[in-house]
Design a protein around this ligand. Structure first.
Ligand code: DQA
Length: 152
């Protein structure tokens, strides 16, 4: 049975490609998503992908898909640094999570060094551009299979 993974892109990530290219690169969100879909097919993974500019939208998406999913990949974007609600939603559903950031947040302003999400994530990938999502997909699939007791 294939592994089922939620991919959640937070606020302003719909603007990737146009948004501060010196920080976030030129890759668009749809290019990142299609690379994710290609890798998912190879790994026999089903994805549900959303981008939302609203905190409540992200919380509801996590709730609504908790029974379907085995794990999640999230770039909470600016909500990383502000959202107790998204952190609580991840804790509440108990799904293993990988946090992704396109930029290396630790090279940037101090306010980006704190994450509400990291303490409830299995791990964090940052600074590898859009490739971070592909690394995250491999990591979450291994984590899910480990939890299911598979030999991966
Ligand atoms: C980001 C980093 C955040 O600090 C920022 O607010 C974003 C994007 C990243 O992917 O590098 O919107 O999560």
């Amino acid at each position: 049975m294939s592994v089922k993974i939620l991919v959640i892109h937070g606020p302003n990530l719909n603007l990737l490609g146009k948004r501060e290219p010196s920080v976030y690169g030129l890759q668009t969100l749809s290019e990142i998503n299609s690379e994710l879909e290609t890798l998912a097919q190879k790994l026999d993974v089903e994805l549900k992908i959303i981008q939302s500019n609203s905190e409540g939208g992200i919380v509801s998406f996590i709730h609504d898909n908790a029974d379907w999913a085995d794990g999640l990949i999230i770039n909470p974007a600016a909500y990383t640094h502000t959202s107790v609600a998204i952190r609580d939603a991840i804790s509440a559903v108990g799904l293993p999570a990988v946090e992704v950031h396109i930029s290396n947040v630790f090279k940037r302003e101090d306010f980006r060094h704190f994450s509400y999400i990291s303490p409830v994530a299995v791990g964090v990938i940052c600074g590898f551009g859009g490739n971070g999502y592909l690394l995250a997909l491999q990591a979450i699939v291994k984590e899910v299979n480990k939890r299911k007791g598979g030999n991966f």
